[in-house]
Design a protein around this ligand. Structure first.
Ligand code: ADE
Length: 232
């Protein structure tokens, strides 16, 4: 069973529409849509925004649906000049940019007690996503790199520069690393797929409003192609 999490309606509604044999169950205020996506058994859910929602949602996928993989789909702000609006970033690893226990000598992003600072994505899902993306989204660039998540919408040069320089991350968003942490704790392979909606700078808010739908559509196209490939 494949688990697919999007934070917002725009990131999951197109997937709900493509599902068949759907059963919907509400847990913790989240609607879990279980059925078939392109022939693959899947549960698609809108987690809501932020790391707490994303962590809770992932744990429900583990406990109640016994998912064998988790894909997080959605939009993100670019942290690198060469990654443009509309391009896709696939996670090599994910880190929480708002975790700071530096006073106890932990590096930025490391949660005391876990023994790991960033959570590695699954190599097989990554390879499949790359192959599918080049096929279904040939007009855009696909990057693989670190995703930095935190409970903040990043909309200034200063905030963007801090995250980029501290973590050398490709993009920033608000759920991915929480899903990655939950997946790591539960030993479930995961991948974050993010389509760039803005540059996480002073024009982020305006760009986000304009490009969110286009960016989300690129992610949906890729996730659908992956589900189809996984059904074979
Ligand atoms: N999601 C899309 N753009 C974002 C940004 N700039 N910061 C946080 N999350 C985002």
């Amino acid at each position: 069973m494949l688990g697919i999490i999007g934070a917002m309606d725009i990131e999951v509604e197109a997937l709900y529409e493509r599902m068949t044999e759907t059963e919907v169950r509400t847990i913790a205020g989240m609607e879990f849509h279980k059925g078939k996506l392109e022939g693959t058994e899947a549960v698609v859910v809108r987690s809501g925004i932020g790391k707490v929602n994303a962590g809770i949602c992932s744990q429900i996928l583990a406990d109640c649906y016994h998912v064998t993989e988790i894909i997080n789909t959605g939009v993100a702000g670019s942290l690198k000049a060469e990654i443009n609006i509309g391009d896709i970033v696939l996670s090599s690893t994910a880190v929480q940019h708002d975790v700071d226990a530096g006073v106890f000598s932990y590096p930025p992003g490391e949660i005391p007690g876990l023994g790991i600072r960033e959570f590695p994505a699954d190599e097989k899902l990554l390879a499949l996503a790359k192959e599918c993306c080049e096929r279904v989204n040939p007009e855009i660039q696909v990057f693989t790199g670190r995703v930095a998540s935190g409970d903040q919408f990043i909309d200034s040069k200063e905030k963007k520069t801090r995250i980029h320089d501290t973590f050398d991350a490709c993009c920033t968003e608000m759920e991915g690393a929480a899903i990655a942490q939950a997946a790591w704790l539960n030993k479930i392979p995961y991948l974050i797929i993010r389509s760039i909606s803005d540059k996480a700078d002073d024009s982020a808010h305006m760009d986000y409003d304009v490009f969110e739908a286009k960016a989300a559509a690129n992610s949906v196209r890729l996730v659908t192609a992956m589900a189809k490939a996984l059904s074979h």
